[in-house]
Ligand binder design. Structure first.
Ligand code: RUQ
Ligand code: CUA
Length: 651
């Protein structure tokens, strides 16, 4: 959230905070037991580092997908197989801050294949696969500090784009400079990550180096403006301290318009500069071996904005713009100045004309500034206080969220007249219309994602759940239907028709296709092997036992790897695994999958292990024992299921 604004304005409580919801609201959000929701809603988990999935219109929480944080519910980051997904050039980072959600697009509409999300702190982009609802890939970004205007994508998912929030000295030795040399030494970078059409694999295609400013948000052009990208900037003052004051001085900051088709031409012509000696992680998860791996990249290609004519242009935009949003036709570009009294709407056609006719008002850092009036289509007058983000209803209207005046405001894109406003509770950040950033929005609902909840839910100590509020926008007036709590701070969210996703959902992993080096495909493969001081336990799990369930001959000083294969082949039949004293949490293993828990026993004794997911009537019987003996003893390594019976002694 924009902290500058927080301290400049206090969010005010709108009138009619207790306003009654109209009579048919309950009916409009009611999804009868056993029925499905109409939309999947993918909601940023903010500082939880995760992505949550809700059904709409019910607001029911369906799943939390771990991306940039450990997740004890899924074992994510705890199993040996998933640990590499949290790897970065700074080592294993167990918790980050996830802001924005972008569904993959084909022809400017959601295609239901992937969701991209960004890590704000340690700059990364992740791709979540919508067949498994799991993170499939994470790419770290070099030369970047704070990855906020990310991971916005182009019309056909050609690129996922990331602008650095904090300009920084570029990676490497040269970064050791006095902080007050910002203007000279700090640079902005815009990363263009290409996405493989077939398998979604990401590569850092190129970076554009720009003057040092803060990049806040971005959107791709579409339709007429396809081939362009728009980034909002603030701190064009290039302040390095007390930004609250020092980065709010200029009347106007900029929207940076980037011609990425031109960038491709420059790359082809060899105008990119290869930069080496970098280090950034690339993590991929393979669903055949159920294993992640990390590799480190060392190079990138950099295009210098000020040296390459026609690549970048600045458009002045009032007062520290936050959101920059492009309407369904691609012609109108909306800037939302956090501290501005109007909403400027720019015309792509006018901007092109201004470029041709060189209607510039000078340069900033070597990049031409288009005259404000030359690019401006018009301004929405008196819209509200603290505009942040805009989405589109597909009927020629835009809806903008207002943080300070806590409201959603609907206005017409052509005549720029305000049509309707409705209070929100409170201080809305992002808002979302299903398909609201596509060529064909489904203008049925808008959701306000609120930063502050105050009196909306039962008190839960000093922190209240953040909230989402669902409004019906099918009529002239926006109508409040539902409040629902969210996990972490909901930054952006997107929603897609359920039928574009649900039938592609993976139900089980086929056991015969499991290529994990540690798989046990049936009880005959279950075994225990010693390799030096490593003991590998290949376990199978099926309702309601582990094979083997009695293990002896392990010594203090050994590292024990429990490789658990769930050999069920039924939908929704996970088994869990936990062993007493393990410091590394537990496992949750899906049908057909293999996951590994590493355990270093710290004392002698007999330790129970058990299934942690109530899987059958005999779940409580799903358990076993492992015996740990003193180092150097002569207890043989033995393992069994059902045969290690008490010795019948007669005496
Ligand atoms: S932000 S409230 Cu992280 Cu997207 Cu605008
Ligand atoms: Cu398997 Cu409980």
């Amino acid at each position: 959230m924009a902290s500058a604004m927080l301290s400049t304005f206090h969010a005010c409580k709108p009138k009619g905070a207790g306003a009654a919801v109209s009579g048919d609201a309950a009916e409009k959000v009611y999804v009868a037991p056993g029925k499905y929701d109409e939309f999947y809603n993918f909601v940023s988990g903010g500082f939880s580092g995760q992505l949550s999935v809700y059904g709409l219109p019910s607001g029911r929480l369906l799943r939390v997908i771990p991306v940039f944080s450990l997740d004890p519910e899924k074992g994510w980051g705890f199993s040996e197989e998933t640990k590499p997904m949290l790897e970065t050039s700074h080592g294993n980072v167990p918790w980050d801050d996830l802001h924005h959600v972008q569904l993959s697009k084909t022809d400017g509409n959601y295609d239901g294949r992937w969701v991209f999300v960004n890590a704000n702190n340690t700059p990364r982009i992740a791709r979540v696969d919508l067949t498994t609802f799991r993170t499939a890939e994470v790419l770290e970004l070099p030369n970047s500090g704070g990855n906020h205007s990310s991971p916005y994508i182009t019309e056909n998912t050609e690129y996922v784009v990331a602008g650095t929030r904090f300009s920084v000295p570029l990676d490497g030795e040269s970064g050791d400079v006095p902080i007050n040399t910002f203007k000279k030494n700090f640079r902005g970078t815009l990363s263009f990550v290409s996405v493989n059409k077939d398998n979604g694999n990401m590569e850092l295609a190129f970076q554009i180096e720009t003057p040092g400013v803060n990049y806040d948000l971005s959107r791709a052009g579409k339709g007429t403006s396809h081939g362009w990208f728009f980034f909002s900037t603030y701190n064009t003052e290039q302040a390095n301290t007390l930004l609250e004051v020092n980065a709010s001085k200029n009347d106007k900051d900029f929207i940076l318009a980037v011609n990425w088709k031109k960038a491709e031409e420059y790359l082809k012509a060899g105008k990119g500069k290869k930069v080496t000696g970098l280090k950034y992680a690339h993590n991929t998860y393979d669903e055949k071996s159920h294993t992640a791996k990390t590799s480190f990249n060392t190079e990138t290609i950099v295009l210098k904005a000020e040296e390459l004519e026609g690549l970048c242009y600045y458009i002045p935009c009032p007062k520290s713009p936050h959101g920059v949003d492009v309407d369904p036709t691609g012609e109108y570009i909306v800037g939302s100045g956090k501290l501005a009294a109007v909403i400027p709407v720019f015309s792509f056609a006018k901007m092109q004309k201004a470029i041709q006719e060189k209607q510039f008002e000078g340069k900033f850092g070597g990049i031409p500034i288009i005259k404000y009036e030359s690019a401006l289509y018009g301004e929405v007058q008196k819209p509200g206080l603290g505009p942040l983000h805009t989405e589109f209803d597909g009927r020629g209207n835009a809806i903008t969220s207002f943080f300070v005046s806590s409201e959603l405001v609907k206005w017409n894109i052509k005549d720029l007249k305000v049509l309707d406003r409705t209070p929100t509770f409170y201080s809305t950040g992002h808002l979302m219309i299903p398909g609201g950033d596509t060529k064909n929005p489904e203008g049925k609902y808008v959701i306000a994602y609120n930063k502050i909840t105050k009196d909306r839910f039962l008190p839960t100590g000093p922190e209240l759940a953040q909230s989402a509020q669902l409004f019906d926008i099918s009529g002239d007036k926006m109508q409040l239907l539902l409040d629902f709590p969210t996990i972490g701070e909901p930054h952006y969210a997107q929603a897609i028709k359920a039928e574009k996703v649900k039938d592609k959902s993976v139900k089980i992993f086929k056991i015969e296709e499991n290529t994990s080096p540690f798989v046990a495909k049936g009880d005959k493969d279950a075994r225990v092997e010693r390799k030096g001081n490593q003991v590998h336990v290949y376990l199978t799990s099926i309702r309601s036992h582990f094979t083997p369930d009695n293990i002896e001959g392990v010594q203090l000083g050994d590292e024990v790897y429990f490789h658990v294969t769930n050999i069920e082949q039924d939908w929704d039949m996970p088994h869990g695994f936990a062993v007493k004293g393990a410091k590394n949490g537990e496992l949750l293993i899906m049908p057909g999958e293999t996951q590994t828990l590493k355990w270093v026993p710290d004392r002698v004794g007999v330790f129970p292990f058990y299934c942690t997911d109530f899987c059958s009537a005999l779940h409580q019987e799903m358990q076993g024992y492992i015996r740990i003996s003193k180092k150097g003893n002569n207890v043989p390594l033995i393992y069994s299921l059902g045969t290690n019976q008490p010795q019948e002694k007669t005496n």
